[in-house]
Design a protein around this ligand. Structure first.
Ligand SMILES: [Zn+2]
Length: 61
């Protein structure tokens, strides 16, 4: 017979990770970083730059 005690497990949230997960969106020849919190970076000509913006937003509040 099984006698399992299932403890309540809190939702798995990886430590040290914020809720900001910005993504880059391409618009024509421009690329913009956007986040679910409503933040959006400036339009960049290169996707690399937009990624840098996204990274900066994710690491900084
Ligand atoms: Zn954000």
């Amino acid at each position: 017979m099984y006698d399992q005690h299932t403890a309540e497990v809190p939702p798995a949230v990886p430590p040290g990770r914020s809720s900001h997960e910005p993504t880059t969106t391409e618009r024509g020849s421009f690329c913009t970083a956007r986040c679910g919190c409503g933040w959006s970076g400036p339009a960049r000509r290169s996707r690399d730059r937009a990624r840098t913006d996204a990274e900066a937003h994710r690491t900084a509040p």
